[in-house]
Design a protein around this ligand. Structure first.
Ligand code: SAJ
Length: 449
């Protein structure tokens, strides 16, 4: 197919799209393109994902996703398929959304490499290939393109662009259409093709630039957030020293028009923020870039789960109890509210640290079966609540916000509530004769004042 024919097909919604990798980015992307009227083939290396989708089930929690899977499969717009060859052969556009994790602090591009090799073995002539995965700078031009253009020439035989995903899990289906997008390319025609595709999905601005700027923009956005959360976390520790409440400071400081203090919490989890700063500092050419601020911020955020267990120790000691043999219930093992994803979840470290200190740790999370070695409880009735010394709210799932705190009055002795996500009002909890602790609010020291 010629460039002109492909452009017309994309503009008229006649192009067929293959999405490679149906995770938290690929699946919403596939479904929204299908909803917009494109025929979309979905491929994943994991057959169980395809099986689940074929049964109209979602492999993960996401607002509105099950309904959209059913609708798009039923009207024949979306077709999950276990054969990459078949999906690619039938498609005009291939969108790659595979994971690019880290091992320790080193980027691991093995999934991207094997997807690129598989694509290079298929006929990409006349097609547009788009990479959405977060990647170290230089990866699109110096790693992906050399692999996939083995026998064909970019800009003549086929086209390719880098379009970093920007969707936030739990808001994916709405954000994907509202958030501006960035298209990075190495030849102008690829940029035009990719822009016309995203224009048919995104009701917002589309920036077109070179691939390196696009790669960096994605990594800088997530590093910005990580560094700002680290600042908030550090300020919360300072608040504890001054015995003031971070939440009050947060509200007051953010009334300034040029201040955007982030929220302190139990640490930073998820598939993106704990990893992207390392992608930013490890470009594909092997150079190691130094950044004291970014590296230190990662360390601050990584230490927060241990701070939570220190807060628990202090609270128990203030009650004349030791951490050893105490029973602790953690609400939430997902990495953040309203998602089922547990990657890099702060709860994992909190659980392990408390278990090492010989506490009995239980978890309750209606969105995931993961327990990180703790014991799972399936509801929060009075009989169960009774046996706990401490309750830690580690995640702000909507369901947890609806809990009536008087439920915890049946806990042993004076209930200790460690609300790392500020889902309850501290004064209300204290008025119920419970101890309220949070990051940046050490109820013990407040009590002893
Ligand atoms: N967190 C805090 N304090 C805050 C905000 C978040 O402690 O003020 C914690 C959360 O609890 C969670 C972690 O940070 O553990 C990450 O949560 P998040 O909502 O900031 O980010 P993600 O990883 O769910 O999604 C991010 C988003 N990036 C930005 O907001 C810049 C999303 O838009 C990206 O598409 C996504 O990363 C990604 O896939 O890269």
């Amino acid at each position: 197919m010629s460039y002109e024919e492909l452009l017309e097909k994309i503009q008229n919604f006649h192009a067929k799209i293959c999405v490679v990798g149906l995770g938290q980015v690929g699946l919403p992307t596939a479904l929204i393109y299908a909803k917009q009227g494109y025929k979309v083939y979905g491929y994943d290396i994991n057959d169980s994902t395809i099986n689940l989708l074929s049964q109209k089930k979602s492999p993960f929690e996401e607002e509105g996703i099950v309904k959209l899977i059913s609708e798009t499969i039923e009207n024949n717009q979306f077709e999950p398929n276990t054969s990459l060859m078949e999906c690619v052969e039938k498609s005009d556009v291939i969108i790659v959304c595979v994971a690019t994790p880290i091992i320790d602090i080193t980027p691991n591009l093995s999934f991207l490499k094997s997807a690129s090799i598989s694509l290079s073995e298929l006929n990409l002539k006349g097609k547009l290939v788009i990479i959405e995965s977060s990647i170290p700078p230089g990866t699109f031009k110096d790693f992906v393109i050399p692999i996939i253009s083995k026998n064909i020439s970019l800009g003549n035989d086929f086209w390719a662009a880098y379009a970093p995903e920007r969707l936030s899990p739990s808001l994916a289906l709405s954000e994907i259409q509202e958030t501006p997008r960035i298209i990075g390319h190495e030849d102008e025609k690829s940029g035009i093709l990719a822009k016309s595709l995203y224009q048919n999905m995104v009701h917002s601005e589309i920036f077109v630039t070179n691939s390196k700027v696009a790669e960096l923009s994605k990594l800088v956005e997530n590093s910005y957030r990580d560094v700002n959360i680290a600042f908030a976390n550090e300020i919360s520790l300072i608040c504890e020293k001054y015995q003031i409440d971070f939440a009050e400071l947060f509200k007051i400081c953010n009334s300034h028009p040029r201040v955007n203090l982030h929220m302190a919490g139990p640490g930073v989890g998820g598939p993106c923020l704990p990893k992207d700063p390392y992608l930013l500092l490890n470009p594909t050419n092997g150079e190691k870039i130094e950044s004291k601020l970014i590296t230190e911020s990662r360390k601050i955020n990584d230490l927060m789960p241990l701070h939570i267990s220190k807060l628990v120790t202090n609270a128990l000691e203030s009650q004349g109890k030791s951490l050893k043999n105490s029973t602790i219930l953690i609400l939430g093992v997902a990495y953040k509210g309203n998602v089922s994803d547990t990657r890099f979840s702060p709860s994992k470290e909190i659980i392990h640290d408390l278990q090492q200190k010989q506490c009995s740790v239980f978890v309750f999370d209606p969105l995931t079966d993961e327990t990180f070695g703790a014991e799972k409880i399936s509801n929060l009735d009075d009989e169960i609540i009774k046996k706990f010394d401490v309750l830690i709210i580690a995640v702000d799932h909507e369901e947890f916000r609806k809990i009536d705190p008087t439920t915890f009055q049946s806990m042993i002795k004076k209930p200790i509530i460690v609300d790392t996500k500020r889902i309850f009002d501290s004064k209300h909890i204290e008025s119920l004769d419970m101890i309220y602790i949070s990051v940046g609010y050490d109820g013990n020291s407040n009590l002893s004042n």
